[in-house]
Design a protein around this ligand. Structure first.
Ligand code: FAD
Length: 382
C-alpha cells in the first residue's frame, strides 16, 4: 500500500467495463450524485457479452428460488420493460414456449412450472399438445410451458439509452482504455490505465470491477486482492445460426434445459428473423469465429422441436462467450463481492454475470448501489 500517491487524475468512482451491467451501474450511481468514470478497453460499449447474446428478456424461472439470479430477474424484467417503454428502446413481449418433445419430459416441465411459481413468476401456464399445435402449428412436442412475459430487446439500443442517461447525470466514459494495474493506498486505489500506448495513473475512492468474462483477470491486477479468491475462468462460447428461408414461428421456442445451458433454442429478433443458439463450445481464448461445421450439432437439437427444418439451411451468424466461473453444468450464482467479503474498502467485484445479466442490468445497478450504501461507500447526502 502506498501512503500518498501522485496521480494524473482523480475521480470518486471508477467502473471497469462498459457492458450493459457496468453502464447500468454507472447510470444508477450517477443518479445518486456520484462522480463516475467508466473505462473500457474497446472503442465503443458492449463489444463482448452485451451485444453477443440472445437478446431475450427472461421471465426468471430457471434459477433456484433463493438465488440472486431469481431474485433480481423477477424485478429486473419488469424494470427493464418499463425502462424500454419510457425510453423508446425497441423491444417486443413475444412470449416463449418451453417444449417437451418426449412423454418422459412432462415431469420436468411440471417441475419447471412449480419452480417458476416459487420464484414469483406467476403468469406461466402448462400447455397440452393441442394447445401447442394451435399456437405454433409447425411445432413438434407433447406438452409445453407458456411464458407470456418473455420478450426480446435491441441490446445496442438499450446500451445507448443507459449510456445517454448516465452521461446526462454526469457520468463520463473513456474508451480504448484498458486497466492494467491497481495499487491500494490509504485513500482508495491508484489505477494504471493503458490508452494509445501510454499509461495514465488515476486515483479513485471506489473501484467497481464489472469486466464481464475478464473480471477475474482484472481482479488479478489488483495488488492487494487476495489472489486465492480469484475465481477460475471457463470460456464457454455460444454460437448462433440463422436459417435460410426463415422459420415458421411467432414465439420464442426453447427445449427443456440440458445439463449444460438452456439448450439450442429459437429466438426472433425485432424484425421477426429467426436465429438458433447458443450451443456450448469450450475455448481457450476470446475469439468470436463461428465454425460452419458447428451447425452439424444443431440439426438434431432443432428437429426435436421443429421436424420441418431443412438440411443445409443453417448459416453461421455470430457468437458470444459466457462469463462462467464454474465448469459448465455446475450450478452457479452471480458473485457480487463487497468489502465485507474480501476486506478491502472501496472495492466491488462482479464475477460470473452470465444469463440473465442483460435482463437484470437495471436491478444489478440498483443492487450494487444498495451494497455501496450499506457499506457506507455512498455518502449519506447522496
Ligand atoms: C451467448 C450468450 C447469450 C446470452 N443471452 C442472454 C439473454 O438472452 N438474456 C439475458 O438477459 N442475458 C443473456 N446473456 C448474458 C448477458 O449478455 C450478460 O449477463 C451481460 O451482457 C453481462 O454484461 P457485462 O456488462 O457484465 O459484461 P460485458 O458485456 O462482457 O462487458 C464487460 C466489459 O468489460 C470490458 N473490459 C474487460 N477487461 C477490461 C479491462 N482490463 N479494462 C477495461 N475494460 C475491460 C470489456 O471490453 C467489456 O466491454 C447471454 C450471454 C451470452 C454470452
Amino acid at each position: 500500500m502506498t501512503a500518498h500517491p501522485t496521480s494524473d487524475y482523480s475521480i470518486d468512482t471508477v467502473i471497469v467495463g462498459a457492458g450493459v451491467v457496468g453502464v447500468a451501474i454507472a447510470r444508477e450511481l450517477a443518479l445518486s450524485g456520484l462522480d463516475v468514470l467508466v473505462l473500457d478497453q474497446e472503442k465503443s460499449p458492449g463489444q463482448h457479452q452485451s451485444t453477443r447474446n440472445s437478446g431475450v428478456i427472461h421471465a426468471g424461472f430457471y434459477y433456484p428460488a433463493n438465488s440472486l439470479k431469481a431474485e433480481l430477474c423477477h424485478e429486473g424484467k419488469q424494470e427493464l420493460y418499463r425502462f424500454a417503454e419510457e425510453r423508446h428502446v425497441p423491444h417486443r413481449r413475444l412470449g416463449k414456449i418451453v417444449v417437451a418433445t418426449e412423454e418422459g419430459q412432462s415431469a420436468k416441465l411440471e417441475a419447471m412450472h412449480a419452480r417458476a411459481l416459487a420464484c414469483g413468476v406467476e403468469d406461466v401456464t402448462l400447455m397440452s399438445s393441442d394447445a401447442l399445435r394451435r399456437m405454433e402449428p409447425e411445432l413438434g412436442g407433447v406438452a409445453g410451458l407458456w411464458s407470456p412475459s418473455t420478450g426480446v430487446i435491441d441490446a445496442m439500443a438499450l446500451l445507448d439509452a443507459l449510456q445517454a442517461e448516465a452521461g446526462d447525470h454526469g457520468a463520463t466514459f473513456s474508451f480504448a482504455s484498458r486497466l492494467v494495474g491497481v495499487d491500494k493506498h490509504s485513500n482508495g486505489w491508484m489505477l494504471r490505465v493503458e490508452s494509445g500506448g501510454s499509461i495514465t495513473r488515476l486515483n479513485c475512492r471506489v473501484l467497481i470491477n464489472s469486466a464481464g468474462i475478464e473480471a477475474p483477470k482484472v481482479a488479478q491486477h489488483i495488488d492487494a486482492y487476495p489472489q486465492e479468491r480469484v475465481p477460475a475462468t471457463y470460456l464457454a462460447r455460444g454460437n448462433f445460426f440463422t436459417c435460410r428461408g426463415g422459420a415458421p414461428f411467432s414465439h420464442l421456442i426453447y427445449p427443456l434445459p440440458g445439463p449444460i445451458g438452456l439448450g439450442v433454442h429459437l429466438t426472433l429478433d425485432l424484425d421477426g428473423q429467426a436465429k438458433f443458439g447458443p450451443d456450448v463450445e469450450m475455448v481457450e481464448h476470446i475469439s468470436y469465429d463461428v465454425k460452419p461445421e458447428r451447425a452439424e450439432g444443431f440439426y438434431d437439437s432443432i428437429r426435436a422441436f421443429w421436424p420441418g427444418l431443412k438440411q443445409d439451411s443453417l448459416m453461421p451468424a455470430y457468437s458470444g462467450i459466457r462469463a462462467k466461473t464454474g465448469k459448465p453444468g455446475d450450478p452457479q450464482d452471480w458473485v457480487i463481492e463487497t468489502p465485507s467479503a474480501h476486506g478491502l474498502g472501496g472495492l466491488i467485484n462482479l464475477f460470473g454475470i452470465e444469463t440473465p445479466g442483460m435482463t437484470c442490468c437495471l436491478a444489478l445497478g440498483r443492487y450494487v448501489a444498495e451494497r455501496l450504501r450499506q457499506e457506507d461507500l455512498i455518502p449519506l447526502h447522496h
